[in-house]
Design a protein around this ligand. Structure first.
Ligand SMILES: Cc1ncc(C[n+]2csc(CCOP(=O)(O)OP(=O)(O)O)c2C)c(N)n1
Ligand code: SF4
Length: 478
């Protein structure tokens, strides 16, 4: 295959630790498109050797893998503060802060807003995908009214969590910024307009004109729970309705004329008086929820602590959730606590689950009774922590070089292979559930484990049926 050289980017990404040209972004993610446009503009304008990118914490965290220029990594929300330092220390260079809407709009809002107010000489490229992508799709200040996220499962309710934050409109109240615009990467026409806006930002920075912010609406298919096309449509329909595109200000556009007053081309929905919607009270919302059998205290039930670990995409978090759901059905106290790397697909992932007959103090599991590992890094990282008397179940693809601590039982189980043999390669987590069921190490009734498994496929019932079928067959074979 002929590899086309991508302007402004490394041709391979060895900083990722892999010999690859693939980025860490999910298919259809807006970040990938924006990264490419920024790299192109930077290279086409001959600025690669004079640009300092300030990278955020968020899904854009790894831009230093990709852009062939200077980089500084900032803590979450601090890119504008770090960019302030960068542009003051190197006024000759171009400084670009790259920030997500959680990063800029939530934890980092004040330092972004104050930098804009001071008119610092850097540009902020602000990627608005309406939620926290990296951490699993929680609500951000930009989340639309009614939009479902993991922390607004019934849709964002303004009476509880406020209205969406319009960053461009708010920044447009300030005197100092020289350029404020909002574009989108939802389709080709919009992508071309975004490229033109990024070029404009680089032009203004090259000439050291002052502070610029370019907000770019971007799809996040993974957390919208949509395929790439539907996510792009959501971006251009729903998001644009709330966040209209346009150039709010370009002070130097007509440089030969007398300095024009900042110009607002888009009516600010932030300022518009909206009727207060009829909203349900908290009590009403909770009353609507599906019946949850309340946990019952039973001091005779010992506390069990589980750790499930592997790569993102292996269903390791769902397996943990299934155990927690089975515990809930059994009226136990339970907690599920996920932890994953920046890449939701392909990165390392683990979750902790605690099941107890008494209220649980802490959700963290440092010394599990049961450890399930789907890959080698997970095994090597956690095997030494398992409690004496505990059990480790590890997939047969993992080379077991390090033995578990004394008094810990090791079970090597071909979960991945069995799932492939059953013709459902994605069901390796269900095969692990089979091992847990057969070995009895969850302390939970098989009927509840089965019911929890089916419930986890509520949106794809045919897959639930298939998984239950192969779970039962695998348990029989053990
Ligand atoms: C100080 C701090 N608080 C919280 C976090 C957890 N965290 C990491 S990324 C993130 C939000 C990412 O969302 P966004 O900025 O919108 O970027 P996206 O991933 O959607 O591109 C959060 C809350 C952190 N890393 N550091
Ligand atoms: S989680 Fe969303 S924002 Fe993050 S890489 Fe995937 S699609 Fe992009």
């Amino acid at each position: 295959m002929k590899v086309v050289e991508q302007k402004g980017m490394y041709q391979k990404f060895p900083r990722s630790g892999k010999d690859t040209r693939a980025t860490h972004y999910c298919p259809g993610c807006g970040h990938g498109i924006i990264n490419k446009l920024i790299a192109e503009c930077c290279a086409e304008m001959g600025l690669q050797d004079n640009t300092i990118f300030v990278d955020p914490v968020g899904c854009g965290v790894f831009t230093y893998y990709y852009w062939d220029a200077a980089h500084i990594s900032a803590a979450h929300g601090r890119a504008s503060a770090v960019a302030t330092g960068s542009c003051r220390a190197r006024p000759d260079a171009v400084t670009i802060a790259y920030q997500g809407d959680g990063d800029l709009g939530a934890i980092g809002f004040n330092n972004a807003f104050q930098a804009a107010s001071r008119g610092e000489h850097f540009a902020c490229i602000f990627v608005n995908n309406s939620l926290y992508g990296m951490t699993g799709g929680q609500m951000a200040p930009t989340t639309l009214e009614g939009e479902k996220t993991t922390t607004t499962p019934f849709g964002r309710d303004p009476s509880l969590t406020g209205h969406p934050l319009h960053v461009c409109e708010v920044f447009n109240q300030l005197q100092a910024p020289v350029f404020i615009a909002r574009t989108s990467v939802a389709d080709t026409k919009r992508i071309m307009a975004t490229k033109a806006a990024i070029r404009r930002v680089f032009e203004l920075q090259k000439e050291h004109k002052g502070y610029c912010v370019l907000e770019i609406l971007a799809p996040c298919p993974t957390n919208f729970r949509m395929d790439a096309l539907k996510a792009a449509a959501f971006c251009s329909n729903e998001m644009e309705r709330e966040f209209p595109l346009g150039t709010f200000r370009d002070t130097f556009k007509n440089a030969s004329e007398a300095p024009a007053a900042p110009e607002v081309k888009v009516e600010s929905p932030y300022l518009a008086v909206k009727p207060v919607p009829q909203v349900k009270t908290c009590a009403e919302l909770f009353a609507e929820k599906v019946e949850v059998p309340p946990a019952e205290d039973d001091a005779s039930v010992p506390e069990r602590r589980f750790k499930f670990a592997g790569y993102g995409g292996q269903g390791i978090l769902s397996l943990g959730l299934t155990i927690a759901e089975a515990a809930r059905l059994e009226k136990r106290h339970t907690l599920w606590f996920p932890s994953y790397g920046p890449e939701q697909r392909g990165g390392s992932a683990n979750c902790s689950v605690v099941v107890s007959g008494r209220p649980i103090g802490s959700p963290t599991v440092e010394h599990p009774d049961v450890l399930v590992c789907m890959n080698q890094p997970a095994y090597e990282r956690f095997v030494g922590d398992v409690k004496k008397g505990g059990i480790v179940i590890v997939d047969a693809t993992v080379p077991v070089i390090q033995q578990p601590p004394e008094g810990v039982r090791l079970v090597v189980w071909p979960a991945i292979k069995m799932a492939e043999d059953f013709g459902v390669p994605k069901a390796a987590n269900t095969m692990m559930l089979a091992a847990l069921t057969k070995l009895g190490c969850t302390g939970l009734a098989t009927a509840n484990l089965e019911q929890a498994l089916v419930a986890s496929f509520a949106k794809k019932p045919e897959l639930g049926v298939k998984n239950l079928e192969i779970l039962r067959q695998a348990v029989e074979r053990l």
